[in-house]
Design a protein around this ligand. Structure first.
Ligand SMILES: *Cc1c(COP(=O)(O)O)cnc(C)c1O
Length: 359
């Protein structure tokens, strides 16, 4: 399917017309024109507002995976210790990525249908003494939202570790304060709540994190070092994507001035309620840990995921399947960014109820 009539995949989401218009303009060179650097500065300020932070904001081109790599490679050298707090696939992924370049990574693991327990993280941290602790705010494959980021942040700081958080699929749609949670490097992508194409990545970087980044001094395409003074120096490590930066400005203005959190909460609640009425079982253990941006249900016993997916696609509905140990067992309804719309969710969930209802 090239186009979804009812698109409920948990990212990439539909780009609304208000944002799409950014690509209908022609722009000059982002390397030369002062107007580009004014736009870059404006996006930094709006992101600080969105994330409740005074940390520096770095906006790079490339999909969110590029900054997951950047955060690790710029703060860790081979042989360094990293603790990945994990209650899902992305949490565990941080450890795999770090090990791939020689970092000694341990996983503080929790079940995928649950969220981390800070007491266990504290014990693991005190025994292991990592340089970096990673965590994931919304585990998109599990549909869970970690409520204890602030506590994890203080645990990291107790041992002098940097706290790196993937909030790719939650920021803008779920309550989040980078400063209150002590997040040293925060990671956000453009194709989730921001509702852009998968073209930009945004990192929040604390003064402590800059100190480590400068010491490690990693060199490579995804290095943060060249991005520290972009608006002041009018210089970037590579030519930026002006169209996407304009689109980001439209999106951030809308997200920081509207009622985004309420809109996401309402869509999520409707999705869970309609799922329950249809006899679907939530994957997360408790309703309180469900994310406002994505809902994960078990695939009903009487059908397989390929059968469910095919029947939905026949009706123009696309939802998310799953990966790893959740593949075939758990499917996901995205209601983030442009999808956080009760009418869209209701239309999709009605069709899901018809297809999954036993006859
Ligand atoms: C989407 C997402 C990413 C980026 O991964 P892609 O699947 O390549 O877009 C990273 N972390 C989380 C939690 C995500 O949901």
């Amino acid at each position: 399917m090239e186009h979804y009539r009812i698109g409920l995949v948990p990212g990439p989401v539909r780009v609304p017309a208000s944002i799409l218009q950014a690509w209908s303009n022609d722009y000059g060179s982002s390397d030369l024109e002062p107007e580009f650097f004014t736009l870059y500065r404006s996006n930094q300020l709006l992101t600080q507002k969105l994330l409740h932070t005074s940390s520096d904001i770095v906006i790079t081109s490339g999909e969110a995976m590029s900054i997951l790599w950047a955060a690790l490679k710029c703060t860790l050298r081979p042989g360094d210790k990293m603790l990945a707090v994990s209650s899902g696939l992305f949490g565990e992924g941080f450890a795999d990525m770090a090990r791939a370049f020689g970092v000694s990574a341990e996983v503080c693991a929790f079940p995928y249908d649950d969220v981390p327990d800070p007491q266990k993280v504290r014990e693991h941290t005190r025994a292991f003494r990592p340089r970096v602790i990673t965590a994931v705010h919304c585990e998109t494959p599990s549909g869970t939202l970690t409520p204890c980021l602030a506590e994890l942040g203080s645990i990291a700081h107790e041992v002098g570790a940097l706290f790196v958080v993937d909030f790719v699929s939650s920021a803008g749609g779920a309550e989040l304060s980078v400063d209150e949670c002590g997040i040293d490097i925060g990671l956000l992508g453009s194709q989730k709540v921001l509702s852009l194409t998968s073209s930009l990545s945004i990192s929040s970087i604390s003064p402590r994190a800059w100190g480590v980044i400068e010491t490690v001094n990693y060199a490579g395409y995804e290095a943060y070092t060249g991005w520290r003074n972009v608006p002041e120096s009018h210089y970037m490590p590579y030519t930026h994507d002006w169209h996407a930066m304009k689109a980001l400005n439209i999106s951030l203005n809308a997200l920081t001035s509207g009622d985004s959190l309420l809109r996401h909460e309402k869509a999520a609640e409707l999705c869970r309620d309609m799922g329950r009425e249809a006899g679907l079982r939530l994957f997360p253990k408790r309703e309180e840990i469900c994310s406002p941006t994505v809902t994960a249900f078990y695939v009903p016993d009487h059908m397989t995921w390929p059968e469910l997916d095919a029947a939905l696609r026949e009706r123009g509905v696309a939802v998310g399947g799953n990966y790893g140990t959740l593949a075939g067992r758990v499917f996901r309804i995205g209601h983030m960014g442009s999808q956080a719309d009760c009418e869209l969710v209701s239309e999709g969930m009605k069709i899901i109820a018809q297809i999954t209802g036993k006859r």
